[in-house]
Design a protein around this ligand. Structure first.
Ligand code: NA7
Length: 581
């Protein structure tokens, strides 16, 4: 993945206005250019804008939504944010399960738009725990006085476009309706949690919680018999935390993941002062790397290094904090099978060294995918948990879960009694949160139907046939270190809206040709990347959701610098590719 992305990123930075399709991988569609992709219509229905409830409605008050509100207010627009939760934070509001924390360096995650905010906020750990991030986002909401335009405890259930008024009718979970010229989604990529389809879930008489809907008052695990279903990044964080206090823990694993050490640490006051002084360099570095982390791919191919050099390099990465071992590995690790197999074997041996029981160790080593081809969970003594006498690993491929009973979980082998069941079973990712809202464009077309065979967008921002709908962090956009990429997304969306409002334009739409070209381009770019071959939330697979069983290319994979170059070029050219009216 990195090879193609990085090379492309370098090229597009050198020639940001060129024909972006000229450097597609062999075999990719090379028909188009960046021209002809969006449509902004001429002034027409400006007269109704005063009758609309709002100029813009934003769905979601998480990282993207908060900043989107701030930016649109700066444009002088009347904005309302609807948020299903009772507070701000999105992911960092909901996911308050034990052990929830960043895998991005805290000091790369904060907003960069306000120097004052950067100056005044202190991170206490290199990878901050959830309560600290939630506090941070509350601080942002207070500092910029955002709450007065946010309606909490309100879910948007439907949004229908009206051609006569060039506006959106938005239906709320409480039965209310509002109208707005622009509808902006800031609904995140991992916000639609999913439960497994196991019979009897409702009959369990103990406590059970999905990690996403964790109770604010917390859950006491001390001495309890606890089950956890799932072994993704969320489960890994939860398991290593609750293993400290449970009476007995049973981990139900379907697919093991390749986990690597987080190597977290506290940040002293002096260290924080040093970080603050380096913010311009840190943020500049994040702008250069494909995923907007501080880690960038090593330029060497795996076989360029001797076996001894490889091991020394991987040992260093394994002992370093954060995603370096995933994002900063050899350049061919995620595109070359032989290279990937070597990296995988290195991690497999680490698991064998850390887990005492060889049978358990082998069960924890993934067999159906290579290292880094699914999201790498970062861990702190996760593997050592399986050395505890009160922790058991159940491979549900060997003994499938048949049902949840009143007292526990019944597998094909036996019934396990539990006091608490934790569902760490993930999300209907990327497009799932869109599917849960009845979004209809021109002619009543449903977005869910348009995307039935995979997302089709222009830049991950627009969908043809859905005028004035703008997505922050939408499917096929450049994603990565969340706040870094969300800030850009919000700024670009704000730029188009500014362009339209200052000219009295009331209709912005992507053209079908533009959407077709962008979609073909993103799909072509994703070919040959091992990540796109395996089912995971990153390829939109969720075995608990109908129609989401097959891996699809859901993310732009050319690296964020190249993504920005595309979007900047379109803005600089006055959004000529949009249909503007
Ligand atoms: P993930 O990474 O999608 O993990 C979900 C886990 O739940 C995964 O191990 C699944 O196994 C497992 N799962 C789901 N349904 C079942 C059933 N029916 N039986 C057994 N196991 C099941 O979600 P996370 O919340 O951990 O992480 C999502 C992202 O959020 C994370 O990467 C961070 O970026 C933040 P499977 O792999 O499908 O076999």
């Amino acid at each position: 993945m990195r090879t193609a992305g990085t090379a492309y990123a370098r090229w597009i930075q050198a020639e940001p206005r060129g024909n972006i399709f000229a450097k597609l991988p062999p075999g990719a569609d090379q028909r188009g250019s960046i021209e002809m992709s969006i449509a902004i219509a001429a002034p027409g229905n400006g007269e109704v804008s005063g009758l609309l409830d709002f100029d813009a409605v934003v769905i979601g008050a998480g990282v993207a939504g908060l900043y989107q509100l701030h930016k649109l207010r700066e444009l002088g627009l009347r904005v309302r944010v609807f948020e299903a939760a009772s507070g701000v934070g999105g992911t960092w509001y909901w996911n308050r399960y034990p052990g929830a924390r960043f895998d991005s360096e805290s000091w790369t995650y904060g907003y960069s738009f306000s120097k004052e905010l950067l100056e005044e906020w202190n991170w206490s750990e290199h990878f901050a725990p959830q309560p600290e991030t939630e506090r941070y986002l509350n601080h942002v909401a207070d500092k910029f006085d955002l709450r007065r335009d946010i309606q909490f405890d309100t879910r948007v259930v439907a949004a229908h476009y009206r051609e006569d008024t060039r506006s959106w009718d938005i239906a709320l979970g409480d039965g209310g309706h509002v109208s707005a010229r622009f509808l902006i989604t800031a609904i995140g990529i991992l916000s639609a949690p999913t439960m497994p389809n196991i019979p009897g879930i409702g009959t369990f008489e103990g406590r059970s919680h999905h990690t996403h809907d964790w109770p604010k008052e917390g859950v006491d695990f001390a001495g309890k018999r606890v089950a956890i279903i799932g072994t993704g990044a969320t489960a890994v964080q939860t398991i290593q935390e609750i293993a400290k206090s449970v009476g007995h823990l049973t981990v139900f694993q379907r697919t093991p993941n390749w986990c690597a050490p987080l190597n977290n640490g506290k940040i002293s006051k002096d260290e924080m002062d040093g970080i603050r002084a380096r913010y311009p360099d840190i943020l500049a570095l994040c702008r250069e790397t494909p995923g907007c982390y501080i880690h960038s791919t090593d330029p060497r191919a795996t076989m360029d290094a001797t076996p001894e050099e490889r091991i020394a390099f991987w040992e260093k990465l394994y002992a370093s904090p954060g995603f370096g071992i995933w994002q900063g590995n050899f350049s061919d690790m995620l595109t070359d099978r032989a290279a990937n197999a070597l990296a995988s074997e290195f991690i497999a041996n680490k698991i064998r060294q850390r887990v005492h029981d060889p049978v358990v160790a082998e069960k924890l080593i993934p067999r159906n995918h290579g290292f880094g081809t699914r999201r790498v969970p970062l861990e702190t003594r996760y593997y050592e948990v399986f050395n505890q006498p009160n922790v058991e690993l159940v491979d549900v491929n060997e003994t499938p879960i048949e049902s949840v009973t009143r007292g526990g979980i019944q597998t094909s082998a036996r019934e396990y009694p539990f006091d608490i069941i934790v569902y760490a079973t993930g999300f209907d990712a990327i497009s799932g949160a869109f599917d849960r809202i009845d979004i209809r464009g021109t002619g009543g077309t449903r977005l869910k139907d348009v995307w039935a065979n995979g997302p089709q967008t222009y830049l991950g921002v627009f969908v043809a046939g859905f005028p004035n709908l703008l997505m922050t962090m939408g499917p096929h956009a450049g994603l990565g270190n969340y706040t870094r990429t969300a800030e850009y997304s919000v700024e670009w969306v704000s730029g188009v809206i500014h362009h339209a409002t200052e000219r009295g334009l009331t209709r912005i739409e992507a053209t079908p040709a533009g959407v077709g070209e962008w979609t073909d381009y993103v799909l072509a770019l994703g070919q040959g990347q091992l990540m796109n071959e395996i089912g995971s939330w990153m390829t939109g697979v969720n075995r608990n959701v109908e129609g989401k069983q097959v891996p699809r290319i859901m993310r732009y994979s050319g690296g964020h610098p190249a993504y920005r170059a595309h979007c900047d070029a379109i803005a600089a050219a006055g959004y000529r590719q949009l249909a503007l009216a």
